[in-house]
Design a protein. Sequence first.
Length: 284
Amino acid sequence: MELKIAIQKSGRLHEGSMQLLKECGINISNGNNQLRVKASGFPLEVFFLRDDDIPEYVQDAVADIGFAGQNVVAEKNKSVLIAEPLGFGKCRLSIAVPKNGNILSVQQLNNKRIATSYPYILSEYLQKQNINASIHEISGSAEIAPKIGLADAICDLVSSGSTLFSNELEELETILQSEAVLISTKRLSEEKQELLAKLLFRIRAVKKATNNKYVLLNAPNDRLPVICNLLPGMRSPTVLPLAEPGWSSVHSVISESDFWNIIEQLKNAGAQGILIVPIEKMIV
Ligand code: PRT
Ligand code: ZN
């Protein structure tokens, strides 16, 4: 019994998908550029596909699970379950208009033309906003549409914003935040559900580790209460005596998101010799 997973063959999600599986202890050798490969380290068979096709394959249970962008999952509107956000492939789907033009608000899109590869998400959004605009479906390079007179606005994915910038466009409104997600078919056998639970356990341990750092520091004993207060850790910080009397070493885990903030507070509280170490896996 194997779980069949669909991942992007090549493109922006390919590396992240392979990397995540690798960190879960799953190795995939695709030296011969095959479309279907058996993995080692987990009972998994990998299908390499175009990202656009993944939701349908998963809906139809040709693949049991898949890694795809939320943007694609929402646009294709297939009947699948979203099991887990994966933390890579982050971007947003935004409406953008020419800089210094006359469209300053979403309401001003009424009776305008919008070019996009996301007609379904966009039409749902416009309907909710009660805006009557015409959608020009294109398969890519939306950013040139206003310049060549094909549309008044675009609706496309943005990550750094440099594509918009170099085409003299600016974001008017973000309509969807996206990242890669694990989707699963609604028709998983009990055995396969168990395999998926095992895979999710590994994925969550990897994600938790990526989002956290291990911190070690030295502190005078009289500063320990303040410092430990700043470092809740997984249960509470580990405090060990140093060879030098009156000093201790403190070990704990801090989250990536408030990392710099906490480091500054630790320094101000008298911590010295602060070391930050990556965590490989984290099981709580
Ligand atoms: O061949 P296949 O169909 O599988 O791939 P594809 O060409 O359709 O997709 P691909 O590989 O370009 O993107 C796959 C997925 O990556 C998308 O569906 C998103 O979920 C995610 N992703 C993350 C992005 C971006 N960031 C992104 N920046 N997909 C596309 N872009 C494009 C965007 O369309 C625009 O042209 O990058 C440009 C904007 O980038 P910035 O950095 O200039 O803002
Ligand atoms: Zn695609």
